[in-house]
Design a protein around this ligand. Structure first.
Ligand SMILES: Cc1cc2nc3c(=O)[nH]c(=O)nc-3n(C[C@H](O)[C@H](O)[C@H](O)COP(=O)(O)OP(=O)(O)OC[C@H]3O[C@@H](n4cnc5c(N)ncnc54)[C@H](O)[C@@H]3O)c2cc1C
Length: 289
């Protein structure tokens, strides 16, 4: 299958890319790893007249620590996220999530920024972004602005990045000592996308009481969501098995669960509860060291 014809642009700086976006408006699409955009163009679900390739723009990829924040460039590939020592040490949930995206071919080319800007409802990183509390730095002609994760995912493949902006970096807060996190999914057997995925971040105090909890669910609905009922069921409590089970029962609340070829609403709601429980259990294990 071939995409409709388009004009290809390869800007050398963010400024050049922004000026192209400003000039071409709705007719243009940014290209990162191309692992979502190109299939959509081949299926003619997207027919941009102009494609602006970000791969020649320097300084958009890389992982570095800035105090209590890990800064990840938008063009950092899933493999680079998976293998970055600072993430593996401080936030292994993020490395693990990147490591279960697609297959090696996808992870070597697809980017964290492309995934989070595309916001496929079955993508993995959105659940972890919610649980951990990512922030998104968007650059436009007038400068940069930062968007918190709770304002980022706005609907089916819709995020807070504007058409004349570029997502340039993702800022990931480290969590205090006594914290642990895990992302687990029920993968589609062919694509490995999440039929349902759940991410949990937990902080325990010295007595085993949960002082902070973040839980995100992906795959089941039209966008990834924060499982507020689950978080409320964990915070302030000693996380014994009964408490975890009871909290996880609320995992499908607030999710607009969609029936599709992979399962009914009932089945996917069940998967939300099961995978939330498993992710919390794994997070607690890590938090306890
Ligand atoms: C076979 C296959 C299996 C896959 N399996 C999984 C899976 O299991 N889990 C999973 O999560 N994903 C999966 N993916 C998707 C993969 O993770 C893609 O890499 C990702 O969705 C898009 O990233 P990209 O860098 O390829 O972006 P692109 O395809 O280049 O772009 C995607 C969209 O984001 C926009 N965009 C890209 N970068 C920016 C930016 N910096 N600022 C603003 N907008 C931007 C583009 O304009 C486009 O609309 C799979 C893909 C394939 C082909």
């Amino acid at each position: 299958m071939y995409p409709a014809s388009f004009e290809y642009h390869a800007p050398g700086t963010v400024q050049e890319a922004l000026s192209l976006l400003g000039k071409l408006g709705d007719d243009a699409k940014l290209l990162a790893g191309g692992h979502s955009l190109i299939p959509m163009m081949k299926l003619r679900l997207a027919q941009p007249k102009h494609v602006i390739d970000l791969r020649k723009v320097p300084n958009l990829a890389g992982v570095k620590q800035d105090g209590n924040t890990i800064v990840v460039g938008a063009m950092t590939t899933h493999w680079q996220v998976e293998s970055a020592p600072v993430l593996r040490e401080k936030l292994p949930i993020v490395s693990d999530t990147a490591g279960v995206i697609g297959d090696p071919a996808v992870r070597n080319v697809g980017t964290i920024g492309g995934s989070l800007a595309h916001a496929d409802p079955a993508a993995d990183m959105p659940a972890t972004a919610i649980a951990v509390g990512f922030e998104f730095v968007c650059e436009g002609a007038k400068g940069k602005r930062t968007v918190k994760v709770d304002d980022w995912f706005q609907g089916l493949m819709a995020t807070a990045v504007k058409e004349d902006e570029i997502l340039v970096e993702i800022r990931i807060p480290t969590w205090p000592a006594g914290s642990g996190g895990a992302y687990l999914k029920f993968p589609h057997p062919a694509s490995r996308f999440a039929v349902v995925g759940a991410a949990a971040m937990i902080t325990l105090d010295g007595k085993g009481v949960c002082t902070k909890a973040g839980v995100g669910i992906t795959g089941a609905g039209t966008k990834a969501v924060r499982a507020k009922g689950v978080e409320a069921g964990l915070a302030g409590k000693t996380l014994d098995q009964a408490t975890i089970e009871a909290a996880a029962q609320k995992a499908a609340e607030g999710v607009d669960v969609q029936a599709d070829l992979q399962g009914s609403v009932e089945y996917k709601s069940h998967l939300c509860r099961v995978f939330a429980r498993r992710a919390i259990e794994a997070a607690v294990k890590r938090a306890k060291g």
